[in-house]
Write a protein of this length. Structure first.
Length: 430
C-alpha cells in the first residue's frame, strides 16, 4: 500500500469517526428527546379529542370540526393499524392504551367508545413528519462526508507533492541523470530539496572525477602497453623462449582489451563519441562477430529475416554482438545451444542472443549491466572477464537511443535482447 493511500485512508477514517460522533450527538442528544416530547404532546391531544368526541351529541360532526380546526386528518376504524416492531410506541393515558406510529404523518390511534357500546379506533394523521429532521441531518452528514473525502484527497495530494517531487528526483539521479535537481526553498520541503541537491552535486562530482580519471588512466596505459608489445617482439627475434613469450603476449593482449573497454566506456559516459549511423546488414555482422568468438562445440542457430538491417554504428554494434556471444560462450556448457534472432516491429528493431544454459538468479538480472558485477559462482580466472562487457553493451545501446534487457527463459537459459530505434539520435555537438 502506497503512502498516499495510507494517508488518504487515515483522513477518511477521521472524517467518518467525526461524522458518526456528530450523528450520535445530534440524534441521541437533540432529535430523539425532541421527537419523544412532540409524540407525547400529540398523544395527549389525541386523547383529548377522543374524550370530546365521545361526549358530543354528534360524535362524527364533532370529530370533523376538531380535525379541521387543528389541521389534522383523521378517520374511524374498527381495528387499529397494523403495528410494526420497533416503529410503534404504546402510551397509557387516562385509562386508554394509545398507539403512536413512526413514519409519514406519524399516525396516532386512540380507542373510542360508541354510544351503543361498540369500541372502535380513532386514527389521527398529523401534517408534519417526525422522521424528516433525522433524514435531513443524515443527508447533510452524507454530503459533508463526500465533501470531506474530496477535500481529503486534495489535501493528501498537496501534502505529498513535495515527497513525490523528491522521489522523482532521486529516481532520475539513480537512473543516471546526474544533472537533475529538486526544487529548493525555505520551507521544510525546500530545505529537503536543497539537502538532496547538495548530495547530488557531490555524487555527480565524484562520478565525473572517476570517469575522467578512468579515461585518463586508460589513455595513458596504451603507451606502455605498446612498448611492452614491441619489447616482446624484439625478444622473440632475439631467440627468447617462445612459450613464455606467448604467455606474455596473451597477458598484454588481455590488458590491452581491458584498457580499450575502459576507454570506450569512459568516452561513452562523457559523450565524446560521435556515432556513425548507417544501415547495418545483421547477417554479415553476425558472421563477422562469429569469426572473432570461439563457441567451441556449441550449436548455433541463426534466425534473421532476409535482408534484416538496422540503423546503427556498425563498429560498436559489432562490439555489442561480440560481447553477447562471448558472454554466452563463457557461461554455458560445452553442449549448449546459442540462438540469435532478430526482427523489426514498428519503429524498433530487436536482436536477441539466447542460450539454454543455467541462467542467472532472478535477483541478479537487473545487475548484470552494472560495472564489475559478476555472479558469485562464476568468479574464476578460467571464465575471464571483469564484468565490463555487458556494461559496455548497455552504454552503446543507450548511445543509440535504445535499451538492452536480460531475462531468464522458461525452459532454462538466459536471453539478452537489444532494442534499437529505427531513427537513432544524431551525433552529439562538438
Amino acid at each position: 500500500m502506497t503512502l498516499r493511500t495510507r494517508v488518504f485512508l487515515l483522513l477518511v477514517g477521521l472524517v467518518l469517526v467525526m461524522l458518526v460522533a456528530v450523528w450520535t450527538m445530534a440524534t441521541g442528544g437533540v432529535l430523539r428527546p425532541l421527537m419523544n416530547r412532540v409524540v407525547r404532546e400529540r398523544v395527549e391531544l389525541a386523547v383529548s379529542i377522543a374524550e370530546q368526541v365521545e361526549d358530543a351529541e354528534d360524535p362524527r360532526e364533532r370529530f370533523e370540526e376538531l380535525t379541521e380546526r387543528l389541521e389534522v386528518r383523521g378517520h374511524f376504524a374498527p381495528t387499529p393499524p397494523p403495528q410494526v416492531p420497533k416503529r410503534t410506541q404504546t402510551f397509557h393515558l387516562r385509562g386508554r392504551e394509545v398507539l403512536a406510529f413512526r413514519g409519514p404523518g406519524s399516525p396516532i390511534a386512540v380507542p373510542v367508545q360508541g354510544r351503543r357500546g361498540r369500541q372502535g379506533w380513532m386514527v389521527l394523521v398529523f401534517p408534519s413528519d417526525l422522521d424528516a429532521p433525522a433524514r435531513r441531518v443524515g443527508l447533510g452528514l452524507l454530503v459533508l462526508a463526500l465533501g470531506g473525502v474530496g477535500a481529503g484527497f486534495v489535501v493528501v495530494q498537496w501534502m505529498l507533492r513535495p515527497l513525490e517531487v523528491a522521489s522523482e528526483a532521486m529516481a532520475r539521479v539513480a537512473d543516471g541523470d546526474l544533472g537533475h535537481r529538486a526544487p529548493a526553498g525555505s520551507d521544510a520541503a525546500g530545505r529537503m530539496g536543497g539537502t538532496f541537491n547538495r548530495m547530488a552535486d557531490r555524487v555527480q562530482g565524484l562520478i565525473t572525477g572517476q570517469r575522467e580519471l578512468m579515461a585518463a588512466v586508460s589513455h595513458e596505459l596504451r603507451t606502455p602497453l605498446s612498448r611492452m608489445r614491441l619489447q616482446a617482439e624484439l625478444l622473440r627475434e632475439a631467440g627468447a623462449d617462445p612459450v613464455r613469450l606467448d604467455a606474455l603476449e596473451k597477458d598484454i593482449a588481455d590488458v590491452d582489451a581491458l584498457v580499450e573497454e575502459l576507454l570506450e566506456s569512459a568516452r561513452l559516459d562523457q559523450g565524446f563519441i560521435a556515432l556513425r549511423i548507417a544501415p547495418v546488414d545483421m547477417a554479415a555482422l553476425a558472421a563477422e562477430a562469429l569469426g572473432s568468438v570461439d563457441l567451441g562445440d556449441r550449436e548455433l542457430r541463426l534466425d534473421l529475416p532476409p535482408g534484416f538491417a538496422v540503423q546503427a554504428d556498425a563498429r560498436r554494434l559489432l562490439r555489442v554482438l561480440t560481447n553477447l556471444l562471448s558472454n554466452a560462450a563463457r557461461y554455458t556448457p560445452a553442449d549448449a545451444t546459442i540462438h540469435i534472432t532478430g526482427q523489426t516491429l514498428g519503429e524498433e528493431s530487436t536482436l536477441e542472443v539466447a542460450d539454454n544454459g543455467p541462467g542467472v538468479p532472478p535477483e541478479a538480472l537487473d545487475r548484470l549491466f552494472d560495472p564489475f558485477f559478476r555472479i558469485e559462482s562464476s568468479r574464476s580466472r578460467r571464465t575471464g572477464g571483469l564484468g565490463l562487457g555487458l556494461m559496455l553493451c548497455r552504454q552503446i545501446a543507450e548511445a543509440h537511443g535504445g535499451r538492452i534487457v536480460a531475462r531468464n527463459r522458461e525452459g532454462g537459459g538466459l536471453a539478452l535482447r537489444l532494442t534499437l530505434p529505427a531513427h537513432p539520435p544524431g551525433p552529439p555537438p562538438t
